[in-house]
Design a protein. Structure first.
Length: 256
């Protein structure tokens, strides 16, 4: 049997992605934005290369410097890997702008691959991070980008959240089927978890409007101002916390 490659430095075949390979290891050029299609190909190739390595130095890439999140910690999975075929993928904010830098894509792919290939250690590290930070960060958001990869993924994150009652968790997801395979309605969620299903979770908008088992979100072009409209980065999540409020049934976001 051919031994697995154990090279933690070379991930991208320059012959396949010469324009991307040239960005790696260069801090300035690594901030360059890719096109959506190049980003998709890069993400898939990078994930594939990691999968061939016998030992990869995984760690979760957390973020607490997102301008809109205003200091609330989070982490992302890669949307090209977790949401293939989803009708919302082309319009997703996580497939545009600064999310398409090589550095951002790398962290997303590594987080996704970590959960795929070493889930036990991933959950252990997540648990440790939350334990260390629960006194400083009473709020946490799953998925700055990407989404659940399975019903088991939903169950894993709910169980971890339940272990940290001092933290209030937010999950915004389009994977309604995965969620409903684990919990029947919002009342079966841990008390410290706010989970919101997006209108893209449903086959049509009329089905979404009938939804009352879970809290929800939708998005509109130019939604205006209102009590249940996200104020965006001008206010920031930490000063708003609308999404974490279980008394608000639905929140509307401006379509990017």
């Amino acid at each position: 049997m051919k031994a697995k490659q154990n090279n933690t430095k070379k991930f991208i075949d320059p012959a396949t992605f010469p324009h991307v390979a040239g960005l790696l290891g260069n801090k300035n050029r690594a901030k360059a934005w890719l096109t959506t299609e190049t980003a998709r190909n890069f993400s898939q190739r990078y994930f594939f290369d990691i999968s061939k390595m016998e030992k990869y130095p995984f760690r979760i890439h957390f973020s607490d410097d997102n301008r809109k999140m205003d200091g609330i910690p989070t982490f992302a999975f890669n949307p090209f890997l977790t949401c293939p075929g989803m009708p919302c993928l082309g319009a997703c904010y996580a497939t545009k702008g600064t999310f398409l830098t090589v550095n951002k894509l790398k962290t997303e792919v590594e987080n996704t691959a970590y959960y795929f290939f070493n889930k036990k250690q991933f959950l252990k590290e997540l648990d440790a991070y939350l334990t260390l930070n629960e006194l400083f960060f009473p709020y946490f958001r799953y998925f700055d980008g990407g989404d659940f990869v399975s019903a088991q993924n939903v169950k894993d994150f709910l169980e971890i959240s339940k272990k940290h009652p001092k933290i209030k968790f937010l999950i915004r997801t389009k994977k309604a089927d995965f969620v409903k395979a684990c919990v029947k309605n919002r009342y079966q969620l841990p008390a410290n978890v706010v989970l919101r299903l997006s209108n893209f979770s449903f086959s049509n908008f009329s089905e979404f409007e009938k939804q009352n088992d879970f809290l929800t979100t939708d998005c509109k072009k130019n939604p205006g101002k209102g009590p249940n409209v996200c104020p965006g980065s001008k206010v920031g999540c930490r000063r708003c916390l609308m999404c974490w409020n279980k008394n608000i049934e639905n929140i509307t976001f401006e379509k990017h």
